[in-house]
Design a binder for this molecule. Structure first.
Ligand SMILES: [Zn+2]
Length: 380
């Protein structure tokens, strides 16, 4: 199996400056390569390919030893390949008869990841293995950077990426050959309902990962974005407001991941088979008739942003759940969620009136009463 591991980097201030410079040079390389392709196409209808641009790298580096020449050749190739992918996607959409936007220049703050495609080539994971208790990552042109390694890395490190999020730096290791670690069978099966008040409610009546703190951050993010919209372009206050929005976005991501990991871990530990609603189908119904059919379900609807943040949480949760389940030898099944919130889990009677409030379910035929999310989870 292939898995990725993300760790916080703890660069010195000199290393942080070098990381920022590396990112900036890679951004300029990306933009220059994009400009090259645009001009060649506009002036002469010539399509420049990855191979052409990669071939020129040598000269670019030789002409700029204190700039582009400082960084890993392979990481620059990875940046050019990224541009190539953007173009491939563009041309595919054109062939499909759509009218896509041309690949865009990356502005400052719009280019936040650099990849080193092979461990040992311009980069080295665990570069000082004899060092007790502390892990280091060596990056060409930057040095040995301390890593906050909060868990064990399994498998073989293939690619190494460095990502900036606000003022923090992260390393993402993509590893091959990670062995599954099957858990002992429990003989238990569970249905889960994904909601807003609780990320997950199980058919056994447990509410897992209450994302209230996430909603709080989402509110603060909405405030920060309104604040940002009022700031004058190019002003110092605007720059500060941009940084605040970025920091809150990063916080939302961390909280979402944290909640998703906890919920998925709890399910995988306790159940052999985990059944959830198929989000692709659920989203179709939710966006149109959802509010009428499930009146209380959209408590976060007061703000579109808030809502979308919680929505995205379900996708993240299912991705993590599928990884953890595969690794533990558990089975995950997606089912059509039609009527799961309106049907009675005891007698099967299906009516909108069964759903009394957001939290309360009472069947109008058999008088079965339950927490609405638990009822839905049993149906699932
Ligand atoms: Zn009933």
């Amino acid at each position: 199996m292939r898995r990725s591991f993300t760790f916080l980097l703890r660069p010195t201030s000199r290393q942080a400056a070098a990381l920022a410079q590396c990112l900036e040079d890679q951004r300029q390389l990306y933009n220059a390569a994009l400009e090259h392709r645009r001009i060649a196409y506009a002036k002469a209808q010539v399509t420049i390919r990855y191979g052409d641009q990669s071939g020129e790298l040598k000269h670019i580096r030789a002409d700029d030893p204190d700039g582009q020449g400082r960084w890993s050749f392979s990481s620059q190739q990875a940046t050019l390949r990224r541009l190539d992918k953007a173009f491939a996607a563009f041309f595919k959409r054109v062939r499909d008869g759509r009218t896509p936007g041309f690949p865009r220049f990356k502005g400052r703050g719009r280019f936040d990841t650099v990849e080193w495609p092979k461990d040992g080539d311009g980069c080295r994971w665990d570069s000082q293995p004899d060092h007790p208790a502390v892990a280091y990552l060596r990056l060409q042109g930057i040095g040995h950077v301390r890593v906050h390694q909060h868990r064990l890395v399994r498998g073989r490190v293939k690619t190494i990426s460095v990502k900036r999020e606000g003022s923090r730096w992260y390393v993402i290791l993509s590893c091959d050959g990670v062995l599954a670690e099957p858990l002992p069978a429990t003989g238990a099966v569970v249905g889960v309902d994904m909601g807003v008040a609780s990320l997950v409610t199980t058919s056994d009546g447990a509410h897992v990962a209450n994302p209230r703190h996430l909603a709080t951050t989402a509110d603060r993010l909405a405030d920060a974005q309104r604040d940002l919209a009022r700031k004058k372009r190019g002003s110092k206050r605007r720059r500060k407001a941009v940084a605040r929005v970025a920091a809150l976005h990063a916080k939302v991501r961390r909280q979402r991941l944290d909640g998703a990991h906890k919920a998925a871990l709890a399910l995988v530990r306790d159940y052999d088979v985990i059944v959830h609603e198929d989000l692709r189908i659920a989203n179709l119904t939710r966006s149109t008739a959802g509010t009428i059919e499930q009146p209380g379900r959209n408590v976060a609807q007061k703000s579109g942003l808030n809502r979308s943040i919680l929505d995205a949480g379900w996708g993240v949760f299912l991705t993590i759940l599928s990884y953890k389940a595969e690794s533990a030898g558990r089975e995950v099944i997606a089912v059509n969620p039609a009527n799961t919130s309106r049907a009675c889990s005891r007698c099967g009677h299906c009516a909108r009136e069964n759903r009394v409030t957001q939290a309360e379910f009472r069947c109008t035929v058999c008088d079965h009463q339950a927490h609405a999310d638990v009822n839905a989870a049993i149906n699932i």
